[in-house]
Design a protein. Structure first.
Length: 207
């Protein structure tokens, strides 16, 4: 056996009387450093349901689902912590001033059951009164109106929602348009496809 060097012996003696380099976790809770990137968390107050975070997420850890059940149309955004790589792109690209989803300092995210690693936010959806397809989350459309100001009066869907905000009309109508589309329907909440068709049908360009 090789004899220990004097320097190594000195280090061994010093280590007996000095503090350990490792932490005492889990007996002593770990405090993450300032810019630690832990589990992202939705803020249901701030999130407007645009879905940008789901689009930019490189790991596919945010799922966007639109569901229509009778008169109830809902957008659900779900975060899967088990898939997340904590890159921070969702927060960096959040249109709600980076407040709709934020990375927390939560690092201890081991779960025993499938599904425990998820959390969601839900938003009311606005549907086209012509064909019933999804136009967008109501909160997102209101966010857009506030962002572009008076320019929103030039867009049919936003104009309708504006009237509700200004209390000119009582509520956003959700009944479907009966019969074929015509030019008067451009003042309803209709998607760009139905808007185009309402003009074409009225001009007898399309049957
Ligand atoms: S931190 Fe990155 S991987 Fe995790 S949800 Fe956000 S964008 Fe996706
Ligand atoms: S507001 Fe932010 S958190 Fe909410 S859906 Fe849009 S990007 Fe995601």
């Amino acid at each position: 056996m090789r004899k220990p060097k004097i320097r190594e012996l000195g280090e061994a003696v010093r280590s007996i009387f000095s503090k350990p380099y490792t932490t005492r976790f889990p007996r002593v809770p770990h405090v993450p450093f300032e810019r630690f990137r832990g589990k992202p968390q939705f803020n249901s107050e701030k999130c407007v349901g645009c879905g940008a975070c789901a689009i930019v997420c490189p790991a596919g850890a945010i799922k966007l689902e639109d569901s229509i059940d009778g008169n109830k149309a809902v957008r659900r955004l779900t975060h899967y912590a088990g898939i997340c790589i904590f890159c921070g792109q969702c927060e960096a690209n959040c249109i709600a001033d980076k407040l709709g989803i934020k990375l927390t300092k939560e690092f201890d995210i081991a779960y025993f059951k499938q599904g425990e690693d998820t959390h969601s936010v839900e938003h009311e959806l606005i549907l086209c009164q012509g064909c019933g397809r999804v136009i967008g989350a109501k909160k997102h459309l209101i966010w857009t109106i506030r962002k572009i100001g008076h320019l929103s009066f030039a867009q049919g869907i936003l104009l309708n929602i504006n009237q509700q905000i200004l209390q000119i009309s009582s509520e956003i109508p959700d009944e479907k348009i009966k019969g074929p589309l015509n030019r008067t329907h451009i003042f309803k909440i209709i998607c760009p496809q139905c808007r185009r068709e309402s003009f074409l049908i009225d001009e007898n360009i399309k049957d």
